[in-house]
Write a protein that binds this ligand. Structure first.
Ligand SMILES: Nc1ncnc2c1ncn2[C@@H]1O[C@H](COP(=O)(O)OP(=O)(O)OP(=O)(O)O)[C@@H](O)[C@H]1O
Ligand SMILES: [Mg+2]
Length: 357
């Protein structure tokens, strides 16, 4: 097995094709755009491209949707000393850190329009300017972009610049959904269990009967490989040292039906109490929230923040967006926000938010 096979597990037709394209593109400096549903392995592709590229620099990743847009510009391009209040020292941006290596711009579809222009210039000239600086700095970077959104649709609505799209879409790669390569599932399950075994040093792990494996291969996997990984981790907790059957998969692992006997429920409880990390990860996979830790650096750029007002602004934007999405249905919007209906109504009154007509 090559290192690529270790990184990207799967020998189905679509996966073999993806790996062939990765091997083809990696040694060049071509810009790649990796598209595909959530959890299909886009970030792994970026790692594979970098490690097969032979480039000596580092792989620098930036998640454009997780960094507040006010911070993203200086994160990417760096800033000069005194560029803005609080910029008390010069700081190199991620472009400079990726010099000689690979820059991975994840969720590029979320890049604000104002920055798209600056990115386009950097791509065309292969030089950057730090925020507050006028010097052109040459950077030798290889760009890999990823998105789970439909950028073509964003071009239509004016959210994404067409000229930038053509610049980054030089070598497109679309990761197939897991359901489209179900034959890879047994191999993936084996690889995931092997990894857990290594991490958990000697824990008793489950085995999957053929019937259980067929059940896994039938499921549509909306969360793709990430969801499969979560399910296997759950199996390791619920069925240590046991053999998993198709009913276990259907009733307790994929939870299509309501959980059955009390003891199974208790086992689930105990297991999830021990393993909140999995739950939290699952939760965050479903809810693409910017990670709060991205605010940790706030005060290296700014002197202060009106915290109460900022949190209120976030509330207002999310409430309006939820109401927009629900077409003005308060109970649906409340569900989307995980609020009680009455709480949402109170908040709408407080912030004077009207239902969209
Ligand atoms: N072919 C694969 N072989 C082994 N592990 C995989 C494969 N594809 C994905 N994974 C694993 O699944 C998880 C999700 O993969 P990754 O983060 O690359 O997905 P993604 O497409 O970037 O998702 P998102 O759009 O949500 O960011 C990771 O833990 C990754 O290691
Ligand atoms: Mg990703």
């Amino acid at each position: 097995m090559t290192s690529l096979d270790n990184l990207l597990v799967g020998q189905s037709g679509p996966m073999r094709e993806i790996k062939r394209l990765i091997e083809l593109a990696a040694p060049s400096t071509t810009t790649l755009l990796v598209q595909g549903e959530t959890g299909t392995g886009k970030e792994l592709v970026a790692q594979a491209i970098h490690s097969l590229s032979g480039r000596v620099g580092q792989l620098i990743s930036v998640n454009c949707s997780a960094i507040p847009s006010e911070l993203l510009e200086s994160e990417l391009f760096g800033h000069e000393k005194g560029a803005f209040t609080g910029a008390d020292k010069l700081r190199a941006g991620r472009f400079e850190l990726a010099d000689g290596g690979t820059l991975f711009l994840d969720e590029i579809g979320d890049m604000p329009l104002s920055l798209q222009a600056k990115l386009l210039r950097a791509l065309e000239s292969r030089t950057i300017q730090r925020v507050g600086g006028s010097k052109e700095i040459e950077v030798d970077f290889r760009l890999v972009c990823a998105t789970h959104q439909n950028i073509e649709a964003d071009i239509e609505t004016g959210k994404f610049r067409a000229d930038l799209f053509y610049r980054i879409n030089v070598f497109p790669l679309t990761m197939p959904a897991l359901a489209a390569r179900a034959v890879d599932i047994p191999m993936l399950v084996e690889a995931i269990i092997k990894r857990i075994k290594k991490e958990s040093k000697g824990a008793n792990l489950p085995t999957f009967k053929d019937s259980a494996m067929s059940e896994l291969m039938r499921y549509p996997w909306p969360g793709n490989v990430r969801e499969l990984r979560n399910v296997i981790e759950r199996a390791c907790l619920l069925y240590p040292g046991r053999s998993v059957e198709n009913n276990d998969v259907r009733n307790n692992l994929l939870r299509i039906k309501a959980p059955d006997p009390v003891e199974e429920q208790e086992a689930l409880w105990m297991a999830s109490a021990d393993f909140t990390a999995v739950d939290r990860e699952e939760e965050s996979a479903r809810l693409p929230l910017p990670h709060p830790s991205h605010y940790e650096d706030w005060f290296s750029y700014f002197d202060n923040i009106d915290l109460r007002r900022h949190l209120q602004d976030v509330e207002i934007v999310l409430i309006e967006a939820a109401l927009q999405k629900s077409g003005g249905m308060i109970s649906t919007a409340a569900e989307a926000l995980k609020l009680r209906r009455t709480t949402l109504i109170e908040k709408m009154k407080k912030f004077m938010i009207e239902k969209p007509s």
